[in-house]
Ligand binder design. Structure first.
Ligand SMILES: NC(=O)C1=CN([C@@H]2O[C@H](COP(=O)(O)OP(=O)(O)OC[C@H]3O[C@@H](n4cnc5c(N)ncnc54)[C@H](OP(=O)(O)O)[C@@H]3O)[C@@H](O)[C@H]2O)C=CC1
Ligand SMILES: O=C(O)CCC(=O)C(=O)O
Ligand SMILES: [Mg+2]
Length: 741
């Protein structure tokens, strides 16, 4: 057992990183008093890039904190607070590299094309940093995400705005009806530990190894599926026509970050189809300047800047002609002309669909107004659940945050479960033929017919995580005395095997008196929504993708944002991973800070995670001070919610920094009031007095800086001194905290 209890607080990116500059000094001061060390590890995109090139950076090299935390996550000592981080698309990765190079780091450029071995190596290192490279490494457990009662009550008392739904809304989800992953899924259960090979056998008999060796365990499920490029293109062509005919916006919702190989390709094909006239006309020059469809039309705009002005103008005019002839695109930022097809990471389905549903089923058009939209989600595996919500809203109107029930989630994600662990087994196929998955003896396990351009993927789901997930679901159903529904689709081969396992493993637990069911995702959604409208809670027990989708969807409807979620990952080897909220890194918030020195980020997820982390420490290391800190932090959070001290959205009221002050005030007051630990009581008495007496001064100091631009010296790697200065503008608060330390 470590002599000094330790919590790792991750340093990440964008808004959560900015918030950390303000919150962490407070947390460190409070926990130090209980002899708990809070250490940071930098897993920001910038740090992960720098850690990948030690040879090139020499004395400027930094250690690989993510690898260290990955090792820690499989030990019982792990106690990690994980804030959201950037899962970078290629354009974001390139921008981050450029920023770091400008700061004097001798990083190689991101190689667009690879020929030499050195380029291959550089590209491989950068690709490892790309997409969702952090969460899968740390998630050595399944997830338990829910809105604590205090948070739910807060939302009922202070409901966010929900856009009204019209019964005749034309918004809908469009998905493929054939040729998608859903239609082609095959699955097998592995009997004994082995390694499988994935290879393409072209029509002429040539064999190309796609992946030589993938280790598999006994009881593990592997599945494979193919998405046809041709089917995708004809689907999207028809949907473009249909959007035009119906007069609705066209929007595309993918997860190009977590599905970093398949989804950028799908995005690229949609870009290709939408802009095909302009792209065909300028094919040669676009190839010459290295335009990559998968990076979005934003990549074209960036690259044509290298061309002579008249050529640039010609291409731009032809793109405008496309806009005139095609349906209007949903906009990411109508003021800046950024469309849904600009950057693959701008519209991320888990957050974008709920935001649309919250806004009357509408998205923003070029005119800066909300309009009905066609939401293209090509693959049928999960698209249909959103259509079920849309139909429910059309029939029954918007959901009401003051009365609706809650939908916690127990999600299977350990050991890179299912689709989210499939990147290294996802390939764009180069020739017509079949992809075969064989065992080490050469026996055929699965075979998929493919054509050039198709996307093949294989996923793995290990048995121990499934057992742990079933246990977690039963425990959650028992603890909250709420029905739990396993969302599994009998029409999918993979889900069919999972159903058998769930039925078997449920028998390992006492389920007497519990309502546990298995339903197809669409039925589960309808059942859950019906209960939700009656104010009843329903636990969703899902695979990795639905975990992601539902833990944004329901919180965004219930609480306005998934930032207010408690998100615990009991690690399978006994440690704890405490994620903050369920949402992302809110890039828009950084822009607002830089433009008007106002940070709208709500750190409630961090407060909840910290309390859970302290409780874990207290219980597992018999640390009574940690338990007192946890309990008082819970009380402080309750008071924070009761008094409505969350950050406001606009200049003039408290922002993220003011909300941290109030948390510190209430936490100090709760510590000063408790009698369980008199040493802590004495220690915090003075701070409580100082903060109480100086409330008005501190809030005035914090709010005085708002309304003017502020320079933090970078986006992906802001300057620590400038950022700290910006995020800690109250000398009175800083002095009070320093005194505690
Ligand atoms: N766990 C993780 O590490 C995750 C990381 N990401 C990454 O985050 C980035 C952005 O993803 P995106 O899908 O746009 O999602 P975000 O959640 O970052 O942004 C969507 C919107 O959610 C709201 N929001 C999210 N968090 C907060 C918060 N703490 N306080 C207040 N509002 C909040 C804001 O909406 P509003 O306008 O309503 O205020 C925000 O504009 C990507 O790089 C993505 O990969 C995404 C999900 C999880
Ligand atoms: O890791 C990521 O890219 C996003 C994770 C996410 O969206 C989630 O787990 O809810
Ligand atoms: Mg998510």
């Amino acid at each position: 057992m470590p002599t000094r209890s330790k919590i790792i607080y991750t340093f990440t990116d964008e808004a959560p990183a900015l918030a950390t500059y303000s919150l962490l000094p407070i947390v460190e001061a409070f926990t130090a008093s209980a002899d708990i060390a809070v250490e940071t590890r930098d897993i920001s995109l910038a740090a992960r890039i720098l850690a990948s090139f030690p040879e090139q950076l020499g004395t400027k090299a930094i250690p690989d904190h993510l690898a260290e935390l990955g090792d820690l996550a499989v030990t019982p000592e792990a106690n990690i607070i994980k804030l959201p981080n950037i899962s970078a698309s290629t354009p974001q990765l390139q921008a981050a590299i450029k920023e770091l190079q400008a700061q004097g780091y001798a990083l190689p450029d991101y190689p667009e094309t690879v020929t030499t071995d050195a380029e291959k190596e550089t590209r491989a290192r950068y690709d490892k940093v790309k997409g969702s490279a952090v969460n899968p490494v740390l998630r050595e457990g399944n997830s338990d995400r829910r809105a604590p009662l205090s948070v739910k009550n807060y939302a009922r008392k202070h409901p966010h705005k929900m856009g009204a739904w019209a019964a005749d809304s034309k918004s809908h989800v469009a998905h493929m009806s054939n040729g998608d992953f859903y239609g082609s899924e095959k699955a097998v259960q592995i009997e004994a530990a082995d390694a499988v090979k994935i290879e393409l056998i072209a029509q002429d008999g040539t064999a190309t190894v796609l992946k030589e060796k993938t280790s598999v365990e006994a009881g593990e499920i592997i599945d494979s599926a193919v998405l046809s490029k041709k089917a995708l293109r004809s689907f999207i062509a028809a949907e473009i026509e249909d959007a035009k005919k119906q007069g609705v916006l066209l929007s595309v919702h993918l997860k190009a970050t977590m599905m970093k190989v398949s989804d950028p390709i799908m995005f690229g094909q949609i870009v290709a189809e939408f802009y095909k006239d302009a792209l065909a006309k300028h094919a040669a020059v676009l190839e010459q300047i290295g335009f990559n469809l998968n990076n979005g039309i934003g990549d074209l705009y960036a690259r044509i800047k290298a061309l002579p002005a008249d050529q640039q103008a010609q291409i731009e005019a032809d793109i405008q002609a496309v806009y005139a002839a095609r349906p209007s695109l949903a906009m990411v930022n109508s003021d800046k002309g950024i469309t849904n097809l600009h950057v693959p990471s701008d519209v991320i389905v888990d957050a974008s669909m709920p935001a649309m549903i919250r806004d009357s089923g509408k998205m923003w058009g070029t005119d800066g107004q909300l309009h009905d939209t066609k939401a293209v989600i090509p693959d049928r595996c999960y698209a249909t659940i959103y259509q079920a919500v849309i139909e429910d809203c059309k029939a029954n109107g918007a959901f009401d945050p003051t009365t609706m029930g809650s939908v916690p989630n127990v999600g299977l994600m350990a050991k890179k479960a299912e689709e989210y662990g499939s990147h290294d087994k996802t390939f764009q196929i180069k020739a017509d033929g079949v992809v075969r998955v064989t065992d080490s003896k050469g026996n055929l396990l699965m075979e998929q017919a493919v054509e050039a351009g198709d996307i093949f993927r294989m996923c793995q789901t290990k048995d121990a995580p499934i057992q742990d997930w079933v246990k977690l679901a039963v425990n959650r159903a028992r603890a909250s005395n709420t029905p739990a529904i396993f969302w599994l689709d009998p029409k999918r081969a993979h889900d069919g095997v999972v159903v058998e396992k769930v039925q078997a493993y449920l028998k390992d637990h006492n389920t007497d008196g519990l309502d546990i069911r298995i339903m197809s995702p669409v039925d589960a959604m309808k059942f859950t929504l019906e209960r939700t409208r009656k104010g009843l809670d329903t636990i969703s027990v899902t695979g990795n993708v639905l975990r992601d989708y539902l833990t944004d969807l329901f919180p965004i409807m219930e609480l306005g944002t998934s930032a207010k979620m408690l998100s615990i990952v009991p690690l399978m080897n006994g440690g704890g991973l405490f994620e903050t909220g369920a949402g992302g890194s809110a890039p828009k918030h950084v822009q607002q800070l830089v433009e008007e020195n106002f940070l709208r980020w709500d750190s409630l997820g961090e407060f909840l995670a910290l309390a859970a982390s302290l409780e874990h420490l207290g219980v597992n290391y018999n640390n009574s001070k940690a338990l007192v800190l946890s309990k008082t932090l819970d009380q402080a959070t309750g008071q924070f919610l009761d008094n409505n001290k969350s950050p406001s959205r606009k200049v003039g009221n408290i922002d993220n920094r003011g909300s941290h002050f109030y948390l510190a005030l209430y936490w100090a007051q709760a510590l000063a009031a408790q009698t369980e630990d008199t040493a802590l009581q004495a220690q915090f008495g003075e701070l409580a007095k100082t903060l109480t007496a100086n409330e008005a001064t501190i809030v005035a100091e914090l709010n005085a800086v708002q309304g003017k631009p502020v320079d933090i010296g970078g986006y992906y790697a802001p300057n620590p001194e400038l950022t700290s200065k910006a995020m800690r503008p109250s000398n009175t608060l800083n002095a009070a905290i320093a005194k505690l330390k």
